[in-house]
Design a protein around this ligand. Sequence first.
Ligand code: IDP
Length: 143
Amino acid sequence: MAIERTLSIVKPDAVAKNLIGQIYSRFEAAGLKIVAAKMVQLTREQAEGFYAVHKERPFFNDLVSFMISGPVMIQVLEGESAIQKNREIMGATDPKKAAAGTIRHDFAVSVDENAAHGSDAPETAAVEIEYFFGKDGICPRTR
Ligand code: IDP
């Protein structure tokens, strides 16, 4: 298994519910290391750019409005199979379909406001990490 990096976002609903620490605990308990992190109030342009792949979807405007409704916590997670592992920790997109014990099942109530984002493939992870942290924004964890 390969060491990967993935982009994770604690979305505005979960930040507002004061769940950053509980969500970080789940990443760390699963062996994922936080190698970059920042709290950001996204602009509409930043959110639109991040979700550009969904531009034609009917929920695009609502998604962008939600993502700028309050600050988000953005982090890069590193570890073995980090992309898939983070997706498992988050659970299905729709919290009602997410397995018990996942972030979305435990902390979210609707597909519109589903607590967390995680990259879905190596290619998107690389693009998303650079989108928010550039080429040099990662702290190597050598200890
Ligand atoms: P993912 O976040 O689980 O990867 P995607 O299909 O990439 O799911 O969708 C991105 C985000 O768009 C979701 O996390 C969710 O917030 C929102 N979304 C997806 N499908 C719907 C929908 O049918 N209605 C409203 N929002 C949706």
